[in-house]
Design a protein around this ligand. Structure first.
Ligand SMILES: O=C(O)CCC(=O)C(=O)O
Ligand SMILES: [Fe+2]
Length: 358
């Protein structure tokens, strides 16, 4: 496959493997690409649960009356329903907002309850959503542990404890996403809106520490920006995973792991495009139909400071970058919550409109 991202596939499911080697592989992929495929053998997240999550998304986007979703419209806590065009991930370059619908579920309470309005049509799925959230949480903790080990952070569980639920509230979100078929936009005023340069999701880096992305076989669209500034597609099933029980989980390093490591770990810019653009599709994938994806945005405890972690490798990298004038030493030190709020304000223009006028 020429012209597609060459992101490594790593298997973390076998505890008998040499964990130090797995940790190193993970760190190298996070430095080089900012994206890593995690082989999905069903050990971390059962395949039936991934299927059930996509089925829930179908029910929410296809069978739930719009009034029910409107009653759950997204709030400044980043929970709830985001209608078509409501979010604009790349406001500097997009004429209209993203061609997508999304629903964000915040972290459940200790008793497994969701702390937000839920459309009645999917209310019975609350225990499942809570369980899926927790499965993703545990996988993200393992990945954080491996990254801490691979970077020899002191203490090695620094990233892990920064994410433990018992250490405080976080902005973690489980998000169901729906991108309608381009043909469904035809004829309506939507067709006028969709012009050259419009994208299903604008170019952005993710706001949290890392994202776990679930996609469906055959559905193209995701692209990452290379170091040279070109766009390459990210296949759903890279070579070697075709016969696995489910496509790999795509892990994406977010802004916070990048801040914590002086930029050593890469928070790579990515987007979701409409089909048709040259090189935007991968063999065996189409982009002409509707598309679903599920993203778990892992965030640390909101009060965590975004300062470089104690690690010799991180320190040495920072020094090297400083020498090149890449790192601005006067950047204001933010907390995880402050950073999240800043990013949300930039992409939910309508939600924050009134505040801007004040
Ligand atoms: O739908 C996708 O494949 C990616 C979505 C994404 O990048 C995001 O929601 O942050
Ligand atoms: Fe993203």
């Amino acid at each position: 496959m020429a012209g597609v991202a060459k992101i490594p596939v790593i298997d973390i499911s076998d505890n008998n493997q040499d964990q130090a080697r797995v940790a190193k592989e993970l760190v190298e992929a996070a430095i080089e690409h900012g994206f890593i495929y995690i082989k999905n053998t069903g050990n971390d997240i059962p395949v039936e649960d991934v299927d059930a999550a996509f089925e829930l998304a179908r029910k929410l986007f296809k069978e739930t009356p719009v009034e029910e979703k409107q009653a759950c419209t997204i709030q400044k806590n980043n929970r709830g329903w985001s209608a078509m065009h409501y979010e604009t991930l790349d406001p500097k370059n997009q004429r209209v907002g993203d061609f997508k619908e999304a629903f964000n579920f915040g972290e459940p309470s200790q008793q497994g309850h969701l702390q937000q309005p839920i459309p009645p049509t999917i209310r019975s799925a609350e225990p499942f959503i809570s369980r899926f959230h927790t499965l993703c949480h545990h996988l993200s903790l393992r990945l954080n542990t491996l990254l801490g080990q691979g970077l020899s952070v002191s203490p090695p569980d620094f990233f892990t404890s920064a994410h433990l639920r018992e250490n405080g509230a976080s902005g973690t979100i489980l998000r169901l996403l729906y991108y309608p078929a381009p043909s469904s936009l035809a004829g309506a005023e939507e067709e006028e809106k969709k012009g050259d340069g419009d994208v299903r999701a604008g170019a952005h880096s993710d706001y949290g520490s890392m994202t776990l992305l679930f996609r469906l076989k055959g559905q193209a669209g995701l692209e990452i920006q290379t170091r040279e500034g070109t766009w390459v597609p990210v296949p759903v099933c890279p070579p070697g995973t075709e016969t696995d029980p489910a496509p790999p989980i795509l892990v994406n390093i977010g802004d916070l792991l990048s801040y914590w490591t002086n930029g050593l770990l890469r928070s790579t810019v990515h987007r979701v495009v409409f089909p048709g653009g040259e090189g935007s599709t991968v063999e065996g994938e189409t982009g002409g139909e509707e598309r679903y994806s599920i993203a778990y945005f892992c965030h640390p405890v909101g009060t965590m400071k975004l300062e470089p972690v104690p690690s010799e490798r991180v320190r040495a990298f920072g020094e090297e970058q400083n020498g090149k004038g890449v790192i601005n030493g006067e950047r204001k030190m933010l907390t995880a919550d402050e950073h999240l709020n800043m990013r949300l304000q930039a992409s939910y223009l309508k939600l924050y409109e009134d505040e801007k006028k004040e």
